[in-house]
Design a binder for this molecule. Structure first.
Ligand code: ADP
Ligand code: MG
Length: 671
């Protein structure tokens, strides 16, 4: 109840309007006199959640008679409820109303919420979330993130003490960390003042103590990605079978380690000696890929564990994804792997591709791959293989790790491992759920300081289906929580499938812009203007050349060209003039990045020239309208390291996201 909750808050050094408990009219009067100011009386009952709804809150009581009257009214209004008494408290002077709350999320545990209170929280749901514990910069960003932040900063004179508000958020976070039985909280409202704040109403809901998440870090996963030997249990010599696909992928990509096909009916498969069972293999096996049917998989897992296999990749399907029967098999399998301390990937996955050791474990046949710097972690196996067929022409993957049902190894383990790989510079993840919970945030927070992480999380429309006791919990929608967790971790959240690959492609090939100014070079005025609008819409701006550089550019421009940014060469644009213009931009302090709009029909003529420029760390993205009809040349340009997008909006969006990421990392590292 309010008076108990406020007492807890006061003990944490949080200022409230207090709540003296009056059991009689006389006590109420006595408490009122001790306040020395106008009072508020409120009903106190474990059965009343919304006190003001039924007339349980009477404000601004200035004299004894008013207090007596209010007391009698409240008691009368709630006579059929179990009454703990009536609270007598100070009438707070008006301030900016905000809400601070805590709710539980099934994935990330306790979440802190902040937002504008009163009608704003009801009507606009203008709130922000972060997973607890929150850091100082988390608290700052959750304050700045709400749309109503402008009101806090000061609007027609009123303003709020953001520093004290931040302290309040940190205190609540700390309180929840220290008290695992706190399940939900509502401080609604808190009044913010130019100096300080006061909590006007409070509610703390207790629940079962939260389980402590299991510690990670059993067996390190490095050798799962760089094994010396791989056995394929269920390898087949019959084309068309999955066991044939997986084994021929390993053979045709010339896996650098040893291969052991396991099949009781074959002496050799694709020219490599086969063994009837894993225990018949005379040498140690690092990784065993299992492709037998779900029912017999636990026995095979046990056999692998017994003969010293270190990592097991279960590519078979037919487990938890099919229902309770399959779920049971999974539970058995996990118990076996845990007993032997063996790490297990899958089931229902498509293994790992690591081009840096020429290892392709995919279920689908995979064509030749370059050794790239992108690490893709995908919950879905087929998605990873399907997109690879086309994308390998314009994106260079180093690692593709599929995680399937995440029985043991989950997305967080993968993120941690892939991020440590020296061959990988950017990580891209497709996720449907997060199993690692808070550890995911902690790991990602570290990783994103060194390597950018782009995530596409699907299932955005899934409704939160949970029993709700507090206001805060009713506002904690599933997708909003994911967005908050990603923001807290410094993850770049992709809007859709194409966005994920566009961003990853740009980041894998280009450096980050380190200033806002964008220099646009175009052959089509319209596309230049659209690009200029788009960069402004994305919070960037057109760069402005210094006067001497303007002079240099003027000498280049034909007489009919007047604009200096965008520079519109119309159809006189060729590779040489683009090169010389870019070199001017490279020399400018105000240029952070380049957008070049190129003609699809002569795209080929730009490739070598653009490749030869020294950009001195400034990124370039090409915009080619109709690029899908000039694919061979697009591929050449991409291979030259210059990403090609089809619309100016996509380019501007990517550059802005890259710039903001860079700024965030710089700020976080400076701390
Ligand atoms: P409820 O249980 O309905 O949320 P509250 O205690 O939040 O009850 O009171 C309802 C509203 O009354 C608050 O949103 C606030 O505007 C006002 N109010 C409540 N207590 C005070 C107080 N001590 N000083 C000033 N205004 C108050
Ligand atoms: Mg309230």
């Amino acid at each position: 109840m309010e008076h108990e909750s406020k007492a807890v808050l006061e003990s944490l050094g949080i200022s409230t309007t207090g709540a003296g408990l009056a059991g009689s009219e006389e006590e109420a009067v006595k408490l009122f006199k001790s306040l020395g100011s106008a009072a508020v009386l409120k009903v106190l009952s474990p059965q009343v959640v919304h006190k003001s709804d039924a007339g349980g809150v009477v404000l601004n009581l200035g004299d004894e008679a008013a207090v007596r009257k209010a007391y009698r009214e409240i008691v009368a209004a709630f006579r059929d409820k179990e009454l703990a008494g009536v609270s007598v408290q100070k009438m707070a002077k008006p301030g900016l109303e905000v809400i601070v709350g805590v709710a539980q999320d099934a994935t990330f545990g306790p979440m802190l919420m902040f937002g504008l209170g009163g009608v704003f929280v009801e009507a606009l749901k203008d709130v922000s979330f972060r997973s607890i514990p929150v850091s100082e910069s988390d608290a700052q960003s959750m304050i700045e993130e709400i749309k109503g932040y402008a009101l806090l900063k000061g609007y027609r004179g009123s303003s709020a003490d953001v520093a004290m508000l931040k302290q309040l958020l940190l205190k609540i976070s700390d309180f929840v960390v220290k008290n695992p039985n706190v399940s939900e909280m509502d401080l609604n409202p808190v009044f913010l003042y130019p100096k300080g704040y006061t909590v006007v109403d409070a509610r703390i809901i207790l629940g079962e103590p939260r389980p402590v998440p299991p510690a990670s870090g059993k067996l390190d996963l490095h050798d799962l990605f760089y094994p010396n030997s791989v056995a394929v249990i269920g390898a087949s010599g019959t084309p068309g079978k999955l066991g044939w696909n997986v084994f021929s992928n390993l053979v045709s990509h010339k896996f650098l380690g040893k291969l052991y096909p396991i099949n009781p009916k074959a002496d050799e498969i694709q020219g490599i000696k086969a063994y009837p069972c894993i225990s018949a293999v005379p040498e140690p096996v690092d990784v065993a890929i299992i492709l037998v049917s779900a029912g017999v998989t636990p026995d095979v897992v046990e056999e692998c564990c017994k003969c010293g296999v270190r990592y097991i990749v279960v590519e078979s399907a037919g487990f938890a994804e099919l229902g309770s029967e399959g779920k049971k098999i999974e539970v058995d399998m996990k118990a076996i792997a845990d007993k032997y301390g063996v790490r297990l990937l899958g089931p229902n996955c498509s293994g790992i591709i690591n081009t840096h050791c020429s290892m392709v474990q995919s279920i689908g046949l995979v064509d030749s791959l370059c050794k790239g710097n992108i690490g893709l972690v995908s919950q879905a196996g087929v998605c990873a293989a399907g997109m690879l067929w086309g994308l390998r022409h314009i994106m260079d993957f180093g690692i593709i790790a599929t995680i399937g049902n995440k029985l043991d190894i989950n997305e967080t383990d993968m993120l941690e491992t892939v991020s440590k790989d020296e061959n990988i510079n950017v990580i891209c993840m497709y996720l449907e759920s997060v199993k690692g919970g808070r550890r995911f945030i902690d790991v990602a927070k570290q990783v994103t300081l060194e390597k950018p992480v782009v995530v596409l999380k699907s299932g955005r429309t899934e409704a939160g289906k949970k029993a709700v006791a507090s206001h805060t919990a009713s506002l904690a929608g599933n997708d909003q929580i994911f967005s908050a967790a990603f923001r807290q971790s410094g993850i770049i959240r992709a809007r859709d499938y194409e966005h994920m690959f566009n961003l990853t492609r740009a980041i894998s090939k280009q450096p980050f812009p380190d200033r806002e100014g964008v220099f646009i070079i175009t052959y089509a005025g319209s596309l230049g203007v659209i690009a200029a609008d788009a960069i402004t819409d994305n919070g960037m701006r057109l760069s402005e050349l210094e006067p001497p550089l303007k002079e240099r550019l003027k000498k280049l421009l034909p007489d009919y060209v007047c604009g200096m940014n965008p520079v519109d060469y119309t159809f006189s644009q060729d590779a040489d003039i683009v090169k010389r213009t870019i070199e001017i931009g490279v020399d400018s302090e105000d240029v952070g990045s380049f957008i070049v709009v190129l003609q699809a029909e002569i795209l080929d003529s730009y490739v070598e020239t653009l490749k030869s420029i020294n950009y001195k760390g400034k990124p370039i993205i090409a915009c080619v309208a109709g690029k899908e009809f000039a694919l061979p040349d697009v591929i050449k340009m991409e291979k030259a390291g210059i990403p090609v997008f089809s619309t100016p909006e996509e380019v501007a969006d990517a550059l802005a996201i890259m710039y903001r990421h860079h700024e965030r990392v710089k700020k976080a590292k400076a701390k």
